[in-house]
Structure formats: structure tokens, C-alpha cells
Design a protein around this ligand. Structure first.
Ligand code: ZN
Length: 298
């Protein structure tokens, strides 16, 4: 009987039954990891926690590393959770914590990387496989290709040109364009929507194995950008686990506009559910932005 269980679960996913079995189910346990970040993690972890819990799907714990230096002693019990969300950009975790995290995702756990979490751990190869692409931390052509969207061919380009990984111009509001409208995370969202003032990450690069680019934003060379359509929302499989990667969500002290954007909130909530279950049951809210105006929730 034990041997039958995993295939039964896969069958349920295949038939889209998760949606019905989740209704009325207990909220899924989620762990947010934070403690070091060159962004205002103390201000944004409570936002991320609230966004997850207000879906009714999740109940959230937070694991916080020491604020400086090695994260020795940081050993969350990842396996207690259905999903891990990273709001962390800091020192390497202990080897055994890295291994536990790899096992967690490989074994079917969900993972969500938010904004500068993709700056983390340039030396940790499994982590870079999970996030697909990252920036800064000395990333370069050895990290893997640049990944961007070629508009004319309507496809993802992987470009092995040498150069640094990760940059951005001055913050500004920008249009996010859907590239995989049928993906559960994107289904029902407008094709284009205006995102609040944020850093538009560009020149991200990494292993990019099996990466699916769900949405992009145009990095305008007039704004110090690449002149390319850069990936903003992505999914990556890792073992039996699913990763949702949002490059959106910059936050400075008292500057959380990008994470108050309804587009950020909703794609984060949907990406989290998909990473945890492989399906999305949430309805698109009426205040979701269109192509013209930024919509904030405070
Ligand atoms: Zn930032």
C-alpha cells in the first residue's frame, strides 16, 4: 500500500483534483527564511507572511538567521513545511542546512525566491539550479547563460556571452508582459499589467535548466537597461519539487511600494500555491492592474 501512495498522489495532480481536495483542507505550513538581506527584510517578511495567510491556504512560520556573519546554527526543519519562501540574501548556510534544503525541494517541497534571494549563494550549485538565474555575487559566464525573451521569435534565449550577472537601472514603474498565459500561475491574468516602482533586474544568468519564463519586462536602454525583455516571473523544476522565482519586490527602509503592488501580491500568492501544490485555486481579484495604471494595496 505504501508503494502505491506516491503514484496515487501524482494521479490526483494529473487529474487536477488537488483543487477540490484542498477546499476545506487545513492550511499548508510555510516557512519564510530571512535574517540577512541588503533589502528591508524586517519590513517585508510581515508583508509576505500576511499575503500568504490571507489566501486562507497557508499558515506561516519565520526562521531568522543571525543578522551578521556566518549563519552557523541555522538549521530550520524544512521537512515540516510544504513550502519555503526566501527573503534572504546573506552569508552561506551551514553545509548540512544546504543539504537538508536540497533534499526538501528534491523530495517535492515548494520553494519561492523573492527579489534579492536570487543574489544569494553564488557558490551553491543546487541553489542556482533551483532559482534558474541569479545576479551579483560575482556571477558571470561561468554561472551559465543570460536568459531573456526574444520578442520576434516569441521564445526564451540563452546567451553565453561573457559578462557580469545582474544589474538594474533607476527604479521606475514598468509593464509586465505575460509569456505563458496558460500556466496555472498566469491563467486569467491580463496579458500586460503595470507594476509599481521597482528595480527592473536585468542580465540575470545561471544554469537555467528547464526554466519556464512566465512573464518579462522590457529593460529600456534609455534607463540604463539592456534593451531586452528580461525574465520577471519564472518556474523551475528541481527533482520532484517546484520553484517559483519572482525577480520583483525591491524594498528599502520605508519604501515597500513594489511589494504593495497588487500585481506583485497576486503573482506571489499564486506562485506560492503552485510551488506548494502544482495547481492554483485562487481567483484573480477585481483590483488586479491593467496595462495603464499601477494599483497599490496598503
Ligand atoms: Zn532590490
Amino acid at each position: 500500500m505504501k508503494a502505491l501512495l506516491p503514484s496515487f498522489i501524482f494521479l490526483c495532480v494529473g487529474l487536477g483534483m488537488i483543487a477540490t481536495t484542498r477546499a476545506g483542507a487545513a492550511p499548508m505550513p510555510v516557512l519564510i527564511v530571512d535574517g540577512q538581506n541588503n533589502h528591508d527584510w524586517k519590513g517585508t517578511t510581515p508583508l509576505l507572511k500576511r499575503y500568504l495567510e490571507e489566501t486562507g491556504l497557508f499558515v506561516v512560520d519565520v526562521a531568522t538567521t543571525p543578522e551578521k556573519g556566518e549563519a552557523a546554527g541555522f538549521k530550520p526543519e524544512f521537512k515540516k513545511y510544504k513550502l519555503v519562501v526566501s527573503n534572504y540574501n546573506g552569508a552561506a548556510w551551514p553545509k548540512e542546512t544546504q543539504q537538508a534544503f536540497e533534499e526538501f525541494v528534491r523530495g517535492g517541497g515548494g520553494f519561492v525566491s523573492v527579489h534579492a534571494a536570487n543574489n544569494s549563494f553564488p557558490e551553491w550549485s543546487a541553489y542556482n539550479q533551483m532559482i534558474g538565474v541569479g545576479g551579483w555575487g560575482g556571477r558571470n559566464e561561468k554561472s551559465g547563460p543570460y536568459v531573456y525573451w526574444e520578442e520576434k521569435a516569441a521564445k526564451v534565449v540563452k546567451d553565453l556571452a561573457p559578462g557580469r550577472g545582474g544589474s538594474h537601472g533607476p527604479q521606475h514603474p514598468f509593464l509586465v508582459e505575460t509569456r505563458q498565459a496558460k500556466h496555472p500561475i498566469m491563467a486569467g491574468l491580463p496579458n500586460n499589467w503595470m507594476h509599481a516602482k521597482d528595480e527592473l533586474y536585468d542580465r540575470l544568468r545561471g544554469p537555467a535548466e528547464n526554466i519556464t519564463v512566465l512573464a518579462t519586462a522590457f529593460s529600456d536602454s534609455q534607463k540604463n537597461g539592456t534593451g531586452r525583455h528580461e525574465p520577471m516571473l519564472m518556474t523551475i523544476p528541481f527533482g520532484r519539487g517546484r520553484v517559483f522565482h519572482t525577480a520583483l519586490g525591491h524594498a528599502g527602509a520605508n519604501q515597500h511600494e513594489a511589494q504593495h503592488c497588487v500585481g506583485f501580491i497576486v503573482t506571489f500568492q499564486r506562485g506560492a500555491e503552485w510551488a506548494a501544490t502544482g495547481a492554483v485555486t485562487q481567483k484573480v481579484p477585481a483590483d488586479f492592474p491593467g496595462a495603464k495604471d499601477v494599483v497599490l494595496r496598503k
